[in-house]
Write a protein that binds this ligand. Structure first.
Ligand SMILES: *[C@@H]1O[C@H](CO)[C@@H](O)[C@H](O)[C@H]1NC(C)=O
Ligand SMILES: *[C@@H]1O[C@H](CO)[C@@H](O)[C@H](O)[C@H]1NC(C)=O
Ligand SMILES: *[C@@H]1O[C@H](CO)[C@@H](O)[C@H](O)[C@H]1NC(C)=O
Length: 350
């Protein structure tokens, strides 16, 4: 190879390296992957696992700080029987409504993962042709106390703060619920400014569902990490395209390159197929450890018990329904409202 060709190669490789930079716009979709935003949202997705409801509701848990400081919970919803948990609140730094769903906790993570291999596409997604999803994931959001709780909190937040963006997030099974929630808000409630970011999410539906989903919620980032097993499940059978599960876009695959002193993490923004073979699908994906760490944040996989901790003071904010579900909600303190009005130049009247 002569020198000029070599030089051209080097420049070309630099260009490729530069183009995998941190904030990258996918032209065909308008999806923007924002590294800074991802490192903030992963904190919310991790915090929703906290079992002490008092700490969570008052945002005083050990990890309720730094990147999520000042978060105002509007509603905290716990489905005790099914061991599901979610919150809705307003993040002043992001000037957005944040909705977070907890992943599975009632059973050991190993058992839950083994079960994922056998999940069927067993319910039609309403209002679409040919779109099939997994009933268990679907009903965890749609057929529990989570959905009405989330919807009423979003309505209240919008009354108070106006039409600020809505960011929905979750890890693992919580990512599946986040996707259903983002779609629900967009399709059924006409919300304009919904984005979804999930971490280590399983597949939830077939290809028809994936394309329906990405049409309605194009601003979706599905983060996967190294060999995390969960995004590989339920399995994708490429030789059986009509019947298989199929991820929606856009995947961002976090994986390590280089070694020793030169090791670094690449955040690869994948193609818009949802099943980019050069992203997490390029590895076998058998790791549970990689499932439990995203952006260096330990997330989920606490003990195998489903429990809640709640002190008596909290009952003033709560209702407990006949099934034992807990819904804690509050009106935003006046001081916070005033702050928001002052910082809002349009001066929305409240
Ligand atoms: C990325 O997100 C952060 C946090 O929300 C925001 O401050 C920043 O402006 C965003 N960057 C771009 C390029 O949108
Ligand atoms: C919702 O839950 C109820 C009671 O648990 C059940 O009878 C019903 O079939 C469920 N519907 C769907 C669509 O899952
Ligand atoms: C979404 O929210 C941003 C920030 O508040 C705003 O600039 C933008 O116009 C909104 N987009 C839509 C479609 O409402």
């Amino acid at each position: 190879m002569d020198g000029r060709i070599l030089l051209k190669c080097v420049i070309f490789m630099c260009l490729i390296a530069c183009s995998t930079g941190r904030e990258l716009k996918l032209k065909d979709q308008g999806t923007i992957y924002n590294h800074t935003l991802a490192t903030i949202l992963v904190e919310y997705a991790a915090t929703v696992y906290v079992t002490d409801l008092t700490e969570l509701f008052t945002w005083t848990c050990p990890r309720c700080d730094d990147l999520t400081k000042g978060f105002q919970i509007i509603e905290l919803i716990v489905d005790v029987k099914r061991c599901l948990q979610a919150f809705v609140g307003v993040a002043p730094d992001l000037n957005a409504i944040v909705i977070a769903f907890r992943g599975t906790q009632g059973t050991s993570i190993q058992n839950w993962i083994v079960d994922l291999y056998w999940k069927q596409l067993d319910i039609e997604y309403p209002g679409t042709k040919d779109a099939m999803v997994h009933h268990g994931f679907y009903s965890a959001y749609h057929n529990t106390t989570l959905r009405p709780g989330v919807l009423s909190a979003v309505k209240r937040a919008k009354e108070l703060y106006g039409d600020i963006p809505i960011m929905v997030t979750g890890h693992s099974m919580g990512g599946a619920m986040a996707a259903f929630c983002g779609l629900d808000l967009t399709v059924n409630y006409g919300s304009q400014n919904v984005s979804v970011m999930t971490f280590g999410q399983p597949r939830i539906g077939n290809a028809a569902f994936a394309s329906y989903y990405s049409k309605w919620v194009p601003n979706t980032i599905r983060v996967t990490h190294e060999h995390d097993v969960v995004p590989h499940l339920p399995p994708y059978y490429h030789y059986f395209p009509e019947k298989t599960y199929h991820h929606f876009p856009t995947e961002v695959w976090l994986h390590n390159l280089g070694f020793e002193l030169l090791a670094y993490t690449e955040e690869k923004v994948c193609d818009n197929s949802g099943e980019d073979p050069s992203c997490s699908r390029s590895v076998a994906g058998k790791s549970i450890m990689d499932h439990l760490t995203y952006y260096g944040v330990r997330i989920g996989g606490e003990d195998g018990f489903c429990r809640i901790v709640m002190n008596r003071g909290l009952t003033a904010y709560g209702t407990v329904d006949v099934d034992g579900n807990v819904i804690l909600s509050r009106d935003i303190p006046a001081s916070v409202l005033r702050m928001n009005v002052e910082s809002n130049e349009k001066g929305r009247s409240i």
